[in-house]
Design a protein. Sequence first.
Length: 345
Amino acid sequence: MTSERIASVIDALSLPVLLIGPDERVRATNGLVDAILGAGLVGMHYITALRQPALIAAIADAIAKREACVVRYTGRNGPKNTVYQINIAATDDDILLTFEDQTAAEDASQMRRDFVANVSHELRTPLTALLGFIETLNGAAKDDPVARDRFLGIMANEANRMTRLVDDLMSLSRVEEDERVRPREHVDLGALLSSVIKGLEPQANAAGVTVTLNLVTTDEMVPGDAGQLVQVFTNLVENAIKYGASGQVVTVRLLPRAMNQRLRCDAVQISVSDKGDGIPAHHIARLTERFYRVDNHRSREVGGTGLGLAIVKHIINRHRGRLLIESDEGQGTQVSVFLPTGPLS
Ligand SMILES: Nc1ncnc2c1ncn2[C@@H]1O[C@H](COP(=O)(O)OP(=O)(O)O)[C@@H](O)[C@H]1O
Ligand SMILES: [Mg+2]
């Protein structure tokens, strides 16, 4: 085949491809390879063109033995690291390199490792505390009833925290599992919000917070999963009580359906506002990441797991809706949920 024919065949492929001729020079590349390695490699010796030692050694080996092999190649795409698996194959005259992008797979496995490390850390902290108190109760505090009562109280708190963490982890995995399943029920949002607020009354009273419900519209039905929507609004109102308590009032509003530009459909808005300390702007985009908290110590103190908003985000995605967090430091926070009112696609 002429070099022109080869170049046109390679260009038509949807994989990044680079061909090295019998003279050990780059014979052809396609646009996809140029995007990874830079343009203008044709005619260069492969050692000058490719530069990474492991890759060069693998090609030298393939030339000498005429055998196929696989090598890992790391590149950069702007600020991001990219990882490719390069398959090196020997034809009669040429060496053919094809690139497979492994970046997404590597990112996913890094996320899995981070997640396991986070969960282990979150469980280890209360376990360490429990073991410490058990030791103290067996030793120094054995015959001290006052200390015993106090320590048992703390131990119960730590154990409850672990239970909540395990519950939230299971909830997260269930929510992730059915994220692609369309919700089937029709939910009366006004009634649902009333029952959520009623359920949280004891918590609100304990924190000295009044939660008011402002139904600007009633009888608003949306397609949804009632159980999951209860989870969403319980978490949002609970957060407002826990982290915005200093403002003493939390307002939940249900606004009538209106065209939502971002969702490109009619949607209702439910917003939960508090007049607490607010959230510094640079934290806001990250709040829905698992285990992300503005103040770790404070969240643990009030019994948080750091998973609530991650669960909320998944549920809203399943409902094809949108979550919007707005906050002014020192003024308060407003978290809004937009839910489509029409049949979900
Ligand atoms: N209304 C709010 N006011 C201030 N900070 C908030 C509010 N809601 C959430 N946050 C911050 O977002 C973090 C993540 O919330 P969430 O995922 O529900 O976790 P958790 O409540 O278990 O700590 C909280 O730890 C808190 O720092
Ligand atoms: Mg929460």
